[in-house]
Design a protein around this ligand. Structure first.
Ligand SMILES: [Zn+2]
Ligand SMILES: [Zn+2]
Length: 125
């Protein structure tokens, strides 16, 4: 476990810094977005009207979700999934379920085979 890098986004710390109203708002919108994505898979099991409701709800939730939340521009090093207990490559950020495009495997607890050949220092910023 390395020291927290302030240039990397720590979702756990950002969540803890939100008010309970802010947490509720984001949680509700995230649920709408998650279920709307599920609903897209249902196809003919949904009426046309219900499908429209999910689509409009997802559009609205995406537009509202970013209000009052941290900005990506403040985290030039990208997110840090390790703080959420998700195993991720310390350089490229790939995970068990989101592997590198060319395919990769773990060569250390927090390093994937795609990043083995990177020159020293790359990605350590
Ligand atoms: Zn990697
Ligand atoms: Zn990888």
């Amino acid at each position: 476990m390395s020291m927290a890098d302030p240039a990397r986004f720590d979702a756990r710390a950002a969540w803890a810094a939100l008010s309970s109203d802010g947490q509720r708002r984001i949680g509700e919108l995230a649920l709408v977005i998650s279920l709307a994505a599920d609903a897209q898979e249902l196809g003919d099991e949904l009426s046309e009207t219900a499908a429209q409701r999910w689509q409009h709800a997802a559009d609205e939730a995406w537009m509202r979700l970013g209000a009052g939340t941290p900005e990506a521009v403040d985290y030039p090093a990208g997110p840090d999934l390790a703080v959420l207990g998700i195993r991720a490559c310390r350089l490229c950020g790939c995970t068990e379920t989101s592997a590198c495009v060319e395919g990769c495997q773990w060569i250390a607890a927090d390093l994937c085979s795609s990043c083995r050949e990177m020159p020293d220092g790359v990605g350590n910023a």
